[in-house]
Design a protein around this ligand. Structure first.
Ligand code: CDP
Ligand code: MG
Length: 155
């Protein structure tokens, strides 16, 4: 099981797509382990996107991410990091495949609706950045035997 950080970015909230984005992950079988609305503080956005600090798009990216509220979500499930990245689609909305979130809802390359952690290290760092201890829940889902086939060792 992995837990990953998803952010419905300001454009996703403003365009009223937060629910439609989140429901895709629920339908897939991922569990909502934590969720909160927030306006990202400047220092948090800068830490979150530190790997991009030297890139030309960094100032605009930080401005975008702090411009309006976001929905921050911790999602848990088998291979959750890669599953979420695949469901998000390619970075640029104009290039993302149909069937992905960005491919279906975004045409902009910068305003691309969603963030998802890209590695185990990034997920651990980002979850710690956006959630306080105890804000990410651990709990059983009633449908786990049906979602994960707990009847065999194949799960
Ligand atoms: O979000 P993702 O991991 O797919 O892409 P990234 O390469 O980590 O870039 C982070 C974010 O910066 C993207 O999601 C875009 O919002 C933005 N970006 C941009 O505005 N212009 C670029 N050339 C690349 C990224
Ligand atoms: Mg990234």
């Amino acid at each position: 099981m992995q837990t990953t950080l998803v952010i419905v970015k300001p454009d996703g909230v403003q365009r009223r797509l937060a629910g439609r984005i989140l429901v895709r992950f629920e339908e897939k079988g991922l569990q909502i382990a934590g969720a909160k609305m927030m306006t990202i503080p400047l220092a948090t956005a800068q830490k979150h996107y530190k790997p991009h600090e030297a890139k030309p798009f960094y100032p605009g990216l930080v401005k975008y991410m702090t411009s309006s509220p976001v929905l921050v979500v911790a999602l848990r499930g088998k291979n959750a990091i890669a599953v979420v990245r695949k469901m998000m689609g390619a970075t640029f909305g104009s290039k993302a495949e149909p069937g992905t979130i960005r491919g279906d809802f975004a045409i902009s390359d910068g305003y691309n609706l969603i963030h998802g952690s890209d590695s185990e290290e990034a997920a651990a760092f980002e979850l710690g950045l956006f959630f306080q201890p105890g804000e990410v829940q651990t709990y059983d889902m009633a449908d786990t035997p049906w979602v994960y086939d707990t009847s065999s060792d194949l799960r």
